[in-house]
Design a protein around this ligand. Structure first.
Ligand code: A3P
Length: 319
């Protein structure tokens, strides 16, 4: 039985109502909070999480800018971590969306289930879209490990635009493509500037490479086996030579592949527990690199690449 959700303190609502507002990304309203544009509906949970979340040294976090491959990374990390616990024939990923297997921390605050976090056995595997500067101090200082995935900002933008388009109610005009493009280039999109988001984790991965693994979606597509092995090693549970011989790595890659997860999502009949109008299939569209070519003019692509070069200049991070 669920505990009663403690209401977020009224101070949160009072503060949120004073923050700069953007209403273009229908149905998501954004508020500028600590320099990043955060969906308004999740801000009370974010604030509660910032104040109350206690990280453990052996926690593992899946972190990302939305639409960068979060669902895939959650599935892979979950399957790798629990590979001796579940058989492939009866795996939780066969009946649950990866977002149900690896929960967003802040959602546990809004569901009134923070004690569920306390009760979770170590090592916990949890997710967040928060940019590095907004993470609770306990996460930054706990020694826990971060798995971060980033993706070409052009493909992230295309994925985001479709995602929003699908979510917007029929009665409302969705955000026009050109307007969404301009806002995204200015960092006014859910979870803020993708460049600032990626840079925060990139710099941390340079400072603490043993604690922050920085992955690229495109490299994961190209080298799924290499990426799964890198993940397992970083997570402290490397594949043994026997496991490799028995095809465990390939089994996990197959289970977590776009084809497999999207098909499974299509056959799920339950509703996702989210505050947005999302279905189990909402997180799967094409799962490819370079789809921006089918949607953006060359001029738009050049413009976004120029923003990328300028923002990442001197950081060593490239897309
Ligand atoms: P597209 O919209 O370009 O297809 P997120 O999980 O961060 O919300 O990102 C969603 C994007 O990842 C979508 O991109 C989705 O199709 C893609 N995706 C979801 N599952 C995937 C998987 N198992 N393998 C590769 N891509 C996947």
């Amino acid at each position: 039985k669920r505990e009663d959700a403690p209401k977020p303190p009224k101070e949160f609502d009072d503060l949120i109502s004073t923050l700069p507002l953007n209403q273009d990304w229908i149905p998501i309203r954004l508020r500028k909070y600590q320099d990043f544009w955060i969906p308004e509906h999740s801000l009370p949970d974010v604030m509660a999480m910032q104040q109350n979340f206690q990280a453990r040294p052996d926690d593992l976090f899946v972190l990302s800018y939305p639409k960068s491959g979060t669902t895939w990374l959650k599935a892979l990390a979950f399957a790798i971590m629990n590979r001796t616990r579940y058989s492939m024939a009866d795996h939780p990923l066969l009946r649950s969306n990866p977002h149900e297997c690896v929960l967003f921390i802040q959602r546990l605050f809004s569901d009134g289930r923070p004690s569920k976090l306390e009760a979770m056995p170590s090592p916990r595997l949890l997710g967040s879209h928060l940019p590095y500067p907004l993470l609770p101090n306990s996460m930054k200082g706990s020694g826990s490990r971060f798995l971060y995935v980033c993706r070409d900002p052009k493909d992230v933008f295309i994925s985001r635009w479709h995602f929003n388009d699908k979510m917007s109610p029929d009665s409302v005009e969705p955000i026009p493509f050109g307007k969404a493009f301009d806002l995204y280039c200015d960092g006014v999109s859910p979870y803020g500037s993708i460049w600032e988001h990626a840079l925060g984790y990139w710099e941390e991965s340079l400072r603490r490479p043993e604690k922050v693994l920085f992955l690229k979606y495109e490299e994961m597509l190209e080298e799924p086996a290499g990426s799964a092995k890198k993940l397992a090693e970083f997570m402290g549970c490397p594949f043994s030579p026997e496991e490799e011989k028995e095809g465990v790595v390939e089994g996990i890659i197959r289970l977590c592949s776009f084809d497999s997860l999207s098909k499974l999502a299509g056959s799920m009949t339950h509703k996702l527990n989210t505050k947005l109008p999302l279905q189990t299939t909402s997180f799967f569209r094409k799962g490819e690199a370079g789809d921006w070519r089918n949607h953006m003019s060359e001029e738009m692509a050049r413009r976004m690449d120029a923003v990328t070069s300028q923002k990442l200049d001197g950081s060593g991070l490239t897309f």
